[in-house]
Design a protein around this ligand. Structure first.
Ligand SMILES: [Zn+2]
Length: 294
């Protein structure tokens, strides 16, 4: 009798367990849906990377502040879930900066994990201009409807933004969103200048062969840009195979001894990442073409 009950229970467990696992599914960064939206699971120590660059993001998504001689530029706002914007502002204060000094907010791609904080931030950052490409403004407006914030600065392909001693050079690199924006600017390590390339969205989110081809053309062109020593990334694992992710690099930076190289200055890793990304993108292109031909 008992034995039968136990075996019934076991059968029930076997049936139910895979279901509960499905609910606990993790995303590509290893977070369940709840963890990704929960600031207590996402919060992480902000830190200074260069003289003029600070990481102020969360575990799943990066956000940076660039310090210029005329104020601050915030890159991406993270999502707008409960506590996210407060945490972002607190991170900015923790690294010794004043959010009231933010003059520009640049959104590199119109996905919510990068712009979702705008609605809460915009009224608080009274001196800030919000910049995004036209196609990504349109995408955000389409997604948020009348909840969207008013259109502010449009970032054109090939345009630049100068604030005090700092110039950001923008270019459109569509493929993740239609208006994904990437940029180049100088970072400084104890006064030593390096050029950084920051790709705004490096995972292909289209199955249109022409759009994938454009994404590849951009990567191949980017690969020929000389003197890129540093890359900034918007998710921690956008690194070549086997290389340290953003947080491991942060540990190396923390423990850096005098004379050690800066962990972000890694031109070989940048080139290797591009090579891998291009190869992977050609595979995606081949699949998309095969699908189209069906
Ligand atoms: Zn995205």
């Amino acid at each position: 009798m008992y034995r039968q009950k136990i075996s019934t229970l076991l059968i029930a467990l076997v049936l139910v367990l895979p279901l509960s696992n499905a609910f606990a599914q993790v995303d590509e960064y290893g977070f369940t849906r709840t963890e990704r939206n929960d600031i207590s699971a996402q919060a992480t120590e902000p830190f200074q990377i260069f003289d003029n660059v600070y990481f102020v993001g969360i575990q799943a998504v990066a956000s940076y502040v660039i310090k210029t001689s005329e104020g601050l530029i915030l890159i991406d706002t993270l999502d707008g879930f409960d506590g996210f914007t407060e945490n972002l502002l607190e991170n900015i204060r923790t690294v010794g900066l004043d959010p009231a000094g933010i003059r520009y907010v640049i959104v590199m791609q119109a996905h919510r994990d990068h712009y979702g904080g705008l609605r809460e931030l915009k009224p608080q950052l009274t001196d800030a201009t919000i910049g995004m490409s036209l196609l990504d403004w349109e995408r955000m407006e389409g997604d948020l409807g009348d909840q969207s914030i008013a259109r502010d600065m449009i970032i054109d392909d090939g345009s630049s933004l100068t604030l005090g001693d700092t110039t950001l050079s923008f270019e459109h690199t569509p493929g993740h969103t239609a208006g994904t924006t990437s940029m180049r600017f100088s970072v400084f390590d104890d006064g030593q200048e390096y050029l950084t390339y920051f790709h705004g969205g490096s995972a292909i989110r289209t199955d249109v062969p022409e759009e994938i081809q454009r994404f590849i053309d951009d990567l191949e062109r980017i690969q020929t840009i000389p003197n890129i020593d540093v890359t900034l990334i918007n998710h921690s694992d956008i690194v070549p195979a086997g290389a340290d992710d953003l947080f491991v690099r942060a540990e190396r930076l923390k423990n850096r001894q005098a004379g050690d190289p800066h962990p972000w200055v890694a031109p070989e890793e940048w080139q290797r990442w591009l090579t891998e990304k291009i190869a992977e993108s050609y595979e995606i292109l081949a699949e998309a073409k095969a699908k189209q031909g069906q």
